[in-house]
Design a protein around this ligand. Structure first.
Ligand code: ADP
Ligand code: MG
Length: 333
């Protein structure tokens, strides 16, 4: 079953060019989808449509099969929640903030209290239930907002840049809450994020937005391993040791953008401290005369290169290659 089906959707602010053009999009119920893309690419606009806070200027949005017309919007909206980048909390206790959505819906007080307590436990904030919301840190505020959404138990949740203000531990905690929510309640998650590594770790289908249009996302090289202390810093991934710049202690995943990986025929003197010898295992065409090249060099790595450099370097599938990238290209996942 589809949670969302969009057909011929356009959204235009005022009189300008459309901020979003989506010919067709289907999001499976109980799935996790992430829209990645630079600022201004239309992520928040799309999230507003999916959170049923707005209707498109043209085309249709179906939510669990039902057409989201302006008339049906208020009723359907109760089944989906939007978690904003900087969530709004009002004065009052954490508990009152979490109960608020249920109160608006007329839920009886003890049901409300129990739901709020469960939600606060989920996000690890039980101890702060009585605290005035105004005294919380940014990360705590976000967890309260998440608990508020959890307490409502919606069918779908849209999260706008959920990891922007979180450190490594905060991201991991959020990942756990979201993953168990999907597993236990079958909630449909939609994320707008720059953080493709976070999205992939949630098992998300990642779609790229650029200039208001969707395109398939380039994969991120996500690698598991552990930081080796000492100088210079290294990251051990299986039998491969990567030169890295400082990484937070305890980092268990790193990622390397496929455009940061340069391919060569031989190890060369260069500023790239990582030069891994391997073989080309797959080649797939991308748009704009670029190729996505998969290399096995002890770890699987993908690189985006132009067709021209592929030819210039006389690369071939199955052939040898060196994948080079700077220590600074290895970022904490
Ligand atoms: P993102 O979330 O990816 O940064 P947005 O959806 O916020 O992108 O914006 C997409 C485009 O729509 C941008 O060009 C932005 O300037 C424009 N836009 C967003 N909100 C408004 C608004 N309220 N009024 C007019 N233009 C807007
Ligand atoms: Mg945005």
């Amino acid at each position: 079953m589809s949670a969302y089906h969009l057909q011929g959707v356009r959204f235009t602010y005022g009189a300008g060019a459309p901020a979003l053009v989506v010919p067709e999009l289907d999001l499976a119920a109980g799935g996790v989808t992430a829209f990645c893309g630079p600022n201004g690419s239309g992520k928040t606009t799309l999230l507003h449509l999916l959170a049923l806070l707005a209707t498109p200027s043209a085309g249709s949005v179906r939510f669990f099969g039902e057409l989201a017309t302006p008339r049906r919007l208020p009723a359907l909206r109760r089944q989906v929640s939007l978690l904003l980048q900087s969530p709004y909390l009002f004065r009052g206790s954490v508990q009152a903030n979490v109960e608020w959505g249920l109160k608006v819906r007329g839920t009886p007080a003890d049901t409300r209290r129990r739901a709020a307590a469960r939600a606060l436990e989920r996000v690890g904030l039980v101890d702060l239930a009585r605290r005035p919301a105004a005294q919380l840190s940014g990360g705590e505020r976000q967890r309260v907002a998440l608990a508020r959404v959890l307490a409502l138990d919606p069918r779908a949740v849209c999260l706008d840049e959920p990891t922007n203000h979180l450190d490594g531990a905060g991201r991991e905690a959020l990942q756990e809450v979201l993953a168990s929510w999907v597993a236990e309640r079958g909630v449909t998650l939609v994320l707008a994020t720059h953080d493709t590594a976070f999205a992939r770790r949630l098992g998300a289908r990642v779609l790229q937005l650029a200039g208001g249009a969707l395109r398939p996302a380039e994969p991120d090289n996500l690698i598991r391993g552990h930081v080796l202390p000492g100088e210079p810093v290294a990251f051990q991934a299986g039998r491969v040791r990567l030169a890295v710049h400082s990484l937070p202690p305890g980092t268990g995943w790193v990622h390397i953008g496929p455009r940061q990986v340069v391919l060569a025929r031989e190890v060369q003197p260069s500023s790239a401290r990582n030069q891994l010898e391997g073989r080309i295992t797959a080649v797939a065409p991308l748009a704009d005369d670029e190729l996505l090249v998969t290399v096995d060099c002890g770890i699987p790595l993908q690189a985006v290169i132009t067709r021209a450099s592929w030819q210039l370097l006389h690369l071939e599938q199955g052939g040898p290659v060196v994948a080079a990238f700077k220590a600074s290209a290895v970022e904490a996942g």
